[in-house]
Design a protein around this ligand. Structure first.
Ligand code: NAP
Length: 294
């Protein structure tokens, strides 16, 4: 699903995600405190754009939506046909690149942007950093910590998905491929292993020649992961270093069974003076609150 710079309201949204939050754009910005609108003398809510697609983004939208002084718009790429419902407003589809994202931020008088996208969504994170810099709008980057190996873990690092695909045959023959659906094609040329491909929806592009597709959505419980590895006689787990609790049970189940894990390391994230980095939704909510006060 895709939409132009204005985007489209998604199921679960209020349907008016693309309505400007207050009269005029940022270029002619009226301080929100003097913008009384029709709220009986109360200032208009400040607009917060949450770049989403993660559990943290949903948690953050919920925290911010509870505040009457904020208007929350969550932006989704539109990769999943039936996204979970979100509090606040929702827009769906790419912006059309950095310049269009900057224009959207200005046009909608956005006070602060939160990049709460997945750690492997490097493109939108880069665009957000550049667009916020260009628009002069603060950016809060919600970066969940990566996973770290503990005692008993047998983890192997891959620099990216192509590297992981090259290394599969040296580590296992029956592989749980738990990397989402977008980049399964990186493993399409691996013909000396069998793959249990787990994803929310059918993957884009080609699949490995020997595979079974398991359509499922986390969070996953440890007992279920134990049973999955046993039932399919999995001898290698391939995962991105996504971090977080929702999908980490496979790592614990692998350790218990002595199964190695091939961990695809994260792409670099943008840095810069205008970017405040936090590691969880409550910290992002606090950073947003501080930013709108400035
Ligand atoms: P990406 O490669 O960084 O982004 C590619 C393009 O998709 C962006 O340039 C942007 O298009 C659009 N886009 C991405 N996220 C968007 C958002 N939240 N709102 C509006 N447009 C967005 O991203 P990706 O890896 O394809 O991931 C897409 C979405 O899925 C992200 O929002 C991410 O949070 C979520 N997700 C990704 C993964 C993963 O493993 N990559 C896992 C779980 C969830 P324009 O340039 O046209 O603006």
């Amino acid at each position: 699903m895709s939409a132009g710079p204005g985007g489209a309201a998604a199921p679960g949204g209020s349907g008016d995600a693309d309505r400007a939050p207050s009269a005029g754009g940022r270029s002619g910005a009226t301080p929100a405190s003097s913008d009384v609108g029709d709220r009986g003398g109360l200032p208009s809510p400040r607009c917060v754009l949450v770049l989403g697609g993660t559990a943290e983004a949903r948690e953050l939208a919920s925290l911010l939506h509870a505040r009457p002084d904020l208007r929350v718009v969550t932006s989704l790429a539109g990769r999943v046909a039936a996204p979970r419902a979100l509090p606040g407003e929702v827009r769906v589809g790419g912006f059309g690149g950095t310049d269009q994202l900057a224009a959207w931020v200005v046009e909608h008088d956005v006070a602060v942007v939160v990049d709460a996208t997945h750690p492997f969504a490097a493109g939108i994170s880069r665009n957000a950093a550049e667009a916020c810099g260009a628009a002069g709008v603060p950016l809060v980057a919600l970066r969940r910590p990566g996973w770290t190996a503990g005692p008993g873990d047998d983890w192997h690092d891959a620099t990216d998905l192509a590297d992981a695909a090259r290394r599969v045959a040296g580590l296992g023959r029956r592989v749980l491929l738990a990397i989402g659906r977008q980049e399964v094609g990186a493993f399409a040329g691996v013909d000396d292993a069998w793959f249990l491909v787990r994803a929310i929806e059918t993957p884009d592009g080609p699949l490995p020649p020997r595979h079974e597709l398991l359509l499922d959505r986390g969070p996953y419980a440890l007992q279920d992961e134990r049973e999955l590895l046993a039932e399919h006689r999995i001898d290698l787990v391939v995962t991105k270093d996504s971090g977080g609790d929702a999908t980490r049970a496979k790592l614990d189940a692998a350790r218990e069974r002595g199964v190695p894990v091939l961990v695809v390391r994260r792409p670099p994230a943008p840095e810069g003076p205008g970017i405040e980095v936090v590691d969880a939704a409550p910290a992002a909510a606090a950073a947003v609150a501080a930013a709108v006060m400035r």
